[in-house]
Design a protein around this ligand. Structure first.
Ligand code: DQA
Length: 143
């Protein structure tokens, strides 16, 4: 089974961006780990990152057409993009929301709402990069 692991804005800077919040693992390492975890679960994992909202929407639209399961860390778009809400609403295969930090526990009020959660089979937050492994496990066991 093919799975898309989609990452939104600023996540390409993983390891360099606020490591005290997001950890020291680099984005390249995250990609390698997701691919390895996927192999262990018998999943073909395609990991992508974009800083351009339309590109993420295009990937989600294609995932909807192809019924491809999605692991999504939409970064800050999680909290305010109604276009993202609509794109997630049309997915038919499982969608798992993942965050490195736990936005609900962070002081900024804007992080306490997610447009992705209403469409997600599961939300995994606050577990760092290991959260992606859990998300892939959820997808693998939902097949
Ligand atoms: C994040 C949490 C978001 O609030 C933030 O805007 C991000 C990363 C996380 O993985 O913890 O960019 O999605």
């Amino acid at each position: 089974m093919r799975v898309l692991v989609l990452n939104g804005p600023n996540l390409g800077r993983l390891g360099r961006r606020q490591p005290e919040i997001y950890g020291a693992t680099s984005y390249a390492e995250l990609v390698a780990r997701c691919e390895e975890w996927g192999r262990g679960l018998g999943l073909e994992v395609d990991v992508r990152q974009t800083n351009h909202e339309g590109e993420l929407l295009d990937w989600l639209n294609t995932a909807a057409d192809d019924a491809t399961p999605v692991v999504l860390n939409a970064g800050a778009w999680t909290h305010y993009s109604w276009a993202l809400y609509d794109a997630c609403a049309q997915l038919s295969a499982p969608l798992v929301e993942v965050h490195l930090s736990d936005p609900a526990q962070r002081p900024e009020e804007f992080r306490h709402h997610s447009v992705v959660t209403p469409h997600a089979l599961a939300v995994i937050a606050g577990k760092g990069v290991d959260g992606y492994r859990e998300a892939l496990q959820v997808i693998g066991s939902s097949a």
